[in-house]
Design a binder for this molecule. Structure first.
Ligand code: 3PY
Ligand code: ZN
Length: 639
């Protein structure tokens, strides 16, 4: 078909100049490009039909595979909102027109509570193993621009960056750009792990600056910056990089333990000291991150109240998980103590290890001076969409059945709690789960009762699993430290690659475990050589023929994951356009479906048959109808 289009193209017939013809006639290459893409897509669909889904963490098929019913939004006086174009009104206009400082000022001045919806990031990270795909965010984006028009959206960073490439075979930057286009009015917030960027240990400072510059350029407005050990030096790297990129900096303290209990390590004085540093760094907003959901209402009253009193002009933004079921009570306490913004998730993606439910909080604040003034009918209409999506992503559910107030003891962060329950349930839950929780507490004590959130929560989790699988008591770990093969995350933590813990490392455990490996006693960025980004760019260009600045940033953060992602795309193409139900499971024989490869280029597909196994090749032939023509792919049967 390429040759036929070429030879019959009028410009070709009239012209005898190859090069201008090629330059002036991109449609030809689009044709070849999309045929190539179609063939790669068929390779993926064929593989899925023969071998089932290979997506890591997927158990079984979606519970719901019907057509998603889209919501219709109405104004308060009953008029249907035309959402063919996104809403243009929202907080982001202040950031765009007047800058980050003006936004912070307006947020502080705002009468009601501002809600940040986390459905697009933390909620699915905490409930569905971060597996929600770009297409499902984009499909509800314009409607969301209306329903959450006076809110903030958390939609990027944290684990989504890594998981997008590693398990969903998507470019996280592409997601960001596309979301931005469809939601121009709502500030986008991302989660940045301070000097660790969105990775699991520290990067050279210049890579963090480069990353923030790209994130800002492609659509992030507000950066929640935390450090997993509340190490102010590590945190400052992130905050400074955000300020340089002209983003809104939300320097954040991670709340750990129980400051109401005088026996615990982290008390109000500790937190206030950290807040002073966060303010000094130039943060526009003070963030409080309760990653495990252990901030009790009374503690919230004291913490938020003390910050409010000391810093009357700086907005306070609180983030909780609802693991114990106390999230809404905590948020009400925060509102009364002077917080300006809190994080909720759409009802059907809320609760337990996720954020508290938006509907529950709206009901709790209704009619008072902190009422966020959202339109409940619109919020519910959006939730109708997510209720269906939750069932579509059911293969990634961890099987949580209720709140876990034991979180006050084990302090496992929301996302990790889901992961660990999932792993334990694969092994029959019961005894295994009780052991894991206990070992987590013991591992935390061995490491010196550290703040636990990515990446330090992984260190504690890895040590806990190491203890369970090797049947080690805490005493045995201490006694045999010099000969045990500790998990690499534990060694990295001991080296100082995640920063310095409050009150230092546990000794002699650290020295014995490291056995001569390096020890950093200041922030790692002071030891690491700057990353040679010019070389990264040049190498990627040589390898792939092209490398965008965001490719450079992805590679800098996750070199191996990026390269594996590129390999996958070379084989199967960009699958982000494939509807989720056909990404996760094969269609029925004869079921027709559409895939829009790019605007206006729609493939109409139908699975016709899966052939018998060939003894000689170990392959099966899969037959698809594509835009009326029968196409065939040979697939290795891996069973
Ligand atoms: C992350 O770092 O991904 C987190 O969500 C921490 O809470
Ligand atoms: Zn969180």
């Amino acid at each position: 078909p390429f040759l036929a289009s070429l030879l019959t193209h009028p410009t070709f017939i009239e012209s005898n100049c190859w090069t201008t013809f090629i330059d002036d006639t991109p449609s030809l290459f689009t044709l070849v490009g999309s045929q190539n893409r179609a063939q790669k897509l068929l390779a993926y669909l064929g593989d899925l039909a023969v071998n089932g889904s290979q997506i890591k963490g997927q158990i079984g098929e979606p519970k719901f595979k019907g057509d998603i019913i889209m919501p219709t939004l109405k104004t308060r006086d009953g008029h249907t909102i035309d959402s063919t174009e996104p809403n243009k009104k929202g907080w982001r206009n202040i950031i765009v027109e007047q800058g980050p400082a003006a936004f912070a000022k307006a947020l502080r001045k705002n009468e009601g509570m501002v809600l940040m919806d986390t459905t697009w990031r933390d909620a699915h990270q905490s409930l569905l193993a971060t597996r929600v795909r770009t297409v499902d965010l984009l499909n509800i984006a314009k409607e969301t621009s209306y329903a959450y028009g006076n809110g903030i959206l958390e939609c990027w960073g944290g684990a989504t960056f890594d998981v997008a490439m590693r398990f969903l075979y998507e470019d996280p930057w592409d997601r960001l750009r596309k979301m931005r286009k469809l939601v121009p009015n709502i500030p986008f917030q991302m989660l940045l792990r301070g000097a660790n960027g969105v990775a699991y240990s520290s990067l050279p400072d210049n890579a963090i600056y480069h990353f923030c510059e790209q994130a800002r350029k492609h659509g992030v407005d507000i950066f929640r910056v935390f450090d997993a050990l509340n190490d102010a030096d590590q945190l400052e790297v992130g905050v400074k990089a955000v300020l340089k990129a002209n983003g809104v900096a939300e320097g954040t303290l991670c709340y750990s333990g129980d400051m109401l209990n005088p026996k615990k390590k982290y008390n109000l004085e500790y937190y206030m000291d950290l807040v002073d540093k966060i303010v000094k760094m130039g943060s526009h907003i003070i963030g409080i991150k309760d990653m495990a959901g252990v901030l009790k209402p009374k503690a919230a009253t004291q913490l938020v109240g003390s910050i409010r009193q000391k810093y009357p002009d700086i907005p306070i933004h609180v983030h909780c998980h609802d693991s114990a079921g106390t999230g809404v009570a905590t948020y009400v306490a925060c509102a009364e103590a002077g917080a300006d913004a809190v994080d909720t998730a759409t009802d059907s993606m809320s609760g337990m290890t996720s954020q508290p439910s938006v509907g529950a909080l709206l009901a709790s604040l209704e009619g008072g001076k902190h009422d966020p003034g959202m339109d409940l009918d619109q919020i519910r209409a959006i939730d109708g969409y997510w209720a269906q999506l939750r069932l579509l992503y059911s293969p990634f559910e961890a099987g949580l059945t209720g709140p876990d107030p034991e979180v006050y003891e084990h302090e496992i962060p929301g996302g990790q709690l889901t992961n660990l329950i999932f792993q334990a349930s694969q092994q029959g839950l019961g005894e295994q789960w009780a052991q894991t929780k206990k070992a987590y507490e013991q591992a935390n004590d061995l490491l010196g009762d550290i703040v636990k959130v990515t990446p330090t929560s992984k260190v504690v989790g890895d040590l806990a699993q190491f203890m369970v699988s090797n049947n080690l008591s805490p005493d045995a770990v201490v006694e045999r430290a010099e000969s045990l093969d500790f998990p690499s995350s534990v060694l990295e933590f001991f080296e100082g690659l995640m920063g310095q813990p409050y009150k230092g490392f546990p000794e002699p455990l650290r020295t014995q475990a490291l056995r001569g490996r390096r020890k950093m006693d200041k922030r790692p960025g002071l030891y690491l050589e700057p990353m040679n980004l010019d070389k990264v760019r040049a190498d990627l260009r040589e390898k792939y023929g092209h490398a965008s600045e965001t490719d450079v940033a992805s590679y800098a953060m996750y070199p191996k994951v990026f390269e594996d992602y590129k390999k996958f795309v070379a084989k199967y193409g960009d699958l982000s356009v494939l509807p989720t139900k056909y990404f996760l499971a094969k269609p029925e024989i004869g079921e027709e479906f559409n895939v829009e490869l790019e605007k206006g280029k729609v493939l109409i597909l139908k699975l016709l048959a899966v052939g018998p196994l060939s003894e000689q090749t170990g392959q099966r032939e899969v037959f698809y109808e594509m835009n009326g023509e029968v196409r065939q792919v040979s697939v290795d049967d891996v069973h």
